[in-house]
Structure formats: structure tokens, C-alpha cells
Design a protein around this ligand. Sequence first.
Ligand code: GDP
Length: 217
Amino acid sequence: MNYYFQQARFTQSATTPKTLPPESGFEVAFAGRSNSGKSSSINRICSQRSLARTSKTPGRTQLINFFVLPQGEYLVDLPGYGYAKVPEAIKLEWQRFINDYLTKRQTLKGLVIVMDIRHPLTEHDSMLLQWAVSRNLPVHILLNKSDKLKRGAVMNELLSVQKKLTVFNGDISVQAFSAQDGLGLELVWDKLEGWLGCKKKDNVDSATIHTEQDTIL
Ligand code: GDP
């Protein structure tokens, strides 16, 4: 468990650019296709069962949710995309809002894109990557649900995605991940701490204090 991220707390939602919180601490945004496991990944990173909502109706909520960390940094949960039943008008509105957020938010230090390792780099994923690269925003990709594949297949997929990413010519890293069993957690914690400039993990004492939380996941 990472005690720092375990302290993340929901603070507010935004539906339009005007309702975004003022730019203060550094922030990292999480994006991903509906059902990629974005909510489960945020919950796992923060060792909390229901910080980000795991939704049964993917794509319905078009909100940006802000979770605040102890030193004022934000983890930002962007709406899931690519859900077929979402009307075209809502998809366009989502694109405008997210594009606006990603291109204008000065405190945004990095973007995590969660993908299902079995279906990586969808059209929407690629669009996001292009937006991020065009404004020099670093991206870290979580190839989630790695527990669904054998080890060799995970490695192959990781290498294949790495190769495909070279065309974007940006600051993009990628790792295998599993929100279900915690594979790859240390890597993503390191990445987030680097971007946010937050305190290094303080897990020695907290590991004993928070064992109850550990057993949740
Ligand atoms: P979101 O729509 O992207 O926020 O996805 P959710 O977090 O709601 O997850 C969608 C479904 O995928 C749920 O049934 C999760 O239990 C499942 N899921 C998420 N992460 C993993 C994972 O790492 N491994 C497996 N096997 N299932 C996962």
C-alpha cells in the first residue's frame, strides 16, 4: 500500500470548464475507454474500494471528478469514452470538454490512459495521445487486466504497444498493470510521485497502522 495515495479524498465534480476547481496544486488525469478498468485502477492505486465509482452503466456519467491528496495535488478522473450507447451529441460534447481541459489546464502534469491489455490503442486512445503529445503533456499507459493473459502474452503485448507508440513521437511510457491483483503498482506509484512532485512513500509506520485497508483489496 502507498500511504500517500491512500489518503486521496473526493473533493468535487465538474461538468463544464466553468465548474473546474481553480488551478492550484499539480494534477494527473486518468482517462480510458469505458470498461477498461479506469475506476478500478484509481481505487487500487489509492488502496480504496470505492473512491472512483466502478459503474454498471459505462459512459453515462460525463463528469470530471477531483480527488485531493494531502499536499493539495489532484488525481482527476475523466469520463470514460467509447461506449457505443452514448448519443453522438454527448460524445462530441465530451470531446470538446476533455480537449479543452487537456489543452488548457496549466497545473496538469501528466495523463494516465488506462487500456484493456487485450484491446489497446483504440481510435479514442490514439486521439487522446495526439492531443497530449501536441501540448507536450507526458502520458503513462496502464495495460490493465494483465491478469487475464499469460505472462508471455503480457510481455508480447507490452512490446507490441511500445513499438506502435514510437509513431506518436512523444513522452509516452507504458506498463503492464492489473487493478485486480495489483501487478505493476510500484511502477505507477513512482510515475505519479514523479509527476506530482509529492513526498516519497512513507510506508514503514503506515503499513502497520493501515493493515485493515490493505485487506480490502
Ligand atoms: P471503467 O468503466 O473503466 O471505470 O471500468 P471499471 O473499473 O468499472 O471496470 C470494468 C470491469 O472490469 C469491472 O467488472 C471490473 O471488475 C473489471 N476489471 C477492472 N480491472 C480489472 C483487472 O485488472 N482485471 C480483471 N480481471 N478485471 C478487471
